[in-house]
Design a protein around this ligand. Structure first.
Ligand SMILES: O=C(O)CCC(=O)C(=O)O
Ligand SMILES: [Fe+2]
Length: 300
């Protein structure tokens, strides 16, 4: 089953206004993870991902992807260190270094303070040769959809998610919400009240980083996956999302330092977990399940 490339909105659903282009690192050998690049129109204003793409589309996205892998590796090392030492993830000077590195196209290897961090931390090892998929998303301008949920509540599957967006709409579940375990497909019961959802200030926070299922699993629940959803403002919304993901063949298990796993079952490979969720989602769609309900906990 194909997972990468262009996905279009469902023409039968008013609320499904989202189109996207999915791509990943070129390190994977299974056909479902192969990238499908569109033809480039040679026109820098081209925007229809389904038929033509702007000039340098593949080159620019590949560069972005590599830069994000660097940024992600750095953050995973910092998280690993924080988990080991029980210190904050970033000291103030490292925060500056990270901000500088990010603004300079993530040339992280050059930054002094991060060079001191052990090159082979166990957590960073998990994402070596990872899938690291990314999505370019566009929610069409549909005034009637204002206030509706255009991406249902879910947690992302990888270790971390990096999200850039030019528009509001993202809501994240506040700390009072029940945790979503990496092994469960949870329906949110009791239904969260509106006040549980927090709206991050996307004007100020240009880059939002969220914990995903694999980090929750690896830390045996010390870090909780961040549940989030997108509410339409009825206007055009773009977002660029990078997922820090392991190789499809990796079985992510809780690290020994976080105690024994909650279950003795061997975890499925990361690729198996994704395909199971994608299939479940497609089946629900075939059965006519409504995706405008904010009640599912799988990535959409
Ligand atoms: O559209 C967005 O900003 C986020 C979409 C999302 O949560 C996802 O693709 O997992
Ligand atoms: Fe997400």
């Amino acid at each position: 089953m194909q997972y990468m490339g262009y996905t279009k909105p469902d023409p039968n659903k008013l609320n499904d206004t989202k189109e996207g282009f999915y791509f990943a690192a070129e390190v994977n050998t299974m056909p479902q993870w192969f990238n499908i690049w569109p033809d480039e129109a040679g026109d820098s204003n081209a925007s229809l991902l389904s038929s033509r793409a702007p000039r340098n589309f593949k080159k620019d996205l590949t560069e972005f992807q590599k830069a994000m892998v660097n940024c992600n590796t750095l953050l995973m090392k910092l998280i690993d260190r924080a988990l080991r030492t029980k210190r904050p993830i970033l000291d103030p000077d490292e925060g500056d270094a990270l901000a500088k590195a990010t603004s300079q196209h993530l040339h992280i290897a050059d930054t002094k303070s991060v060079a001191e961090i052990d090159a082979r931390t166990p957590l960073a090892e998990c994402i070596c040769d990872g899938l690291h998929s990314a999505r370019l998303l566009c929610y069409k301008n549909v005034p009637q959809s204002k206030g509706t949920c255009v991406t249902t509540a879910h947690t992302d599957w990888g270790f971390l998610t990096f999200l850039y967006s030019d528009q509001p709409g993202l809501q994240v579940m506040g700390p009072s919400c029940p945790s979503v375990s990496a092994n469960q497909q949870i329906s949110l019961e009791p239904t969260p009240t509106k006040s549980s959802w927090i709206k991050p200030d996307t004007e100020k926070a240009r880059l939002i980083v969220m914990v995903g299922d694999m980090l929750e699993r690896y830390t045996n629940g010390t870090y909780k996956a961040c549940k989030h959803r997108i509410i339409s403002h009825g206007s055009l919304r773009h977002s660029l999302v990078f997922f820090s993901e392991p190789a499809p063949s990796l079985r992510v298990q809780p690290h020994a330092r976080f105690g024994s796993p909650p279950t003795s079952l061997v975890s499925p490979t990361y690729g198996e977990s994704i395909m199971a969720k994608v299939n479940a989602k497609r089946e629900r769609k075939l059965l006519g399940g409504s995706f405008s309900q904010c009640s599912t906990a799988v990535r959409t």
